[in-house]
Design a protein around this ligand. Structure first.
Ligand SMILES: [Zn+2]
Length: 110
């Protein structure tokens, strides 16, 4: 039973990775990317959170990890920009300022 759950997590994870690649790397619709990015980021972090809960670490560790995930999720959303010119995502590490120029075509980002 427990193993089944882990396989479901793995499938969801792989599915989200493929979906994200198709949508955010290959897709051309910048507006849609901007709209879906926060939902995707929150969704994938909810999956990570569910895995943490499922692993049943000591309670204080679980709460600390889940509490840490909230600002990380918010900063990940904010540090990713989509280029108007080519539609490519530009990301900086979540603890740094958002990128100013497109990593793909070097045009300035809004
Ligand atoms: Zn670009």
């Amino acid at each position: 039973m427990q193993q089944d759950l882990f396989i479901i997590f793995a499938i969801v994870w792989v599915g989200m990775a493929i979906g994200s690649y198709m949508l955010f790397q290959r897709g051309k619709d910048v507006e849609r990317k901007r709209k879906l990015w926060p939902m995707y980021t929150i969704g994938s972090n909810v999956v990570v959170g569910a895995v943490i809960v499922y692993m049943q670490p000591p309670l204080y560790l679980m709460l600390a990890l889940l509490a840490l995930m909230v600002p990380v999720t918010v900063m990940t959303i904010r540090s990713t920009k989509f280029c108007d010119a080519c539609g490519s995502p530009s990301r900086s590490p979540f603890f740094m300022k958002p990128p100013a120029n497109c990593s793909h075509c070097q045009k300035p980002l809004k």
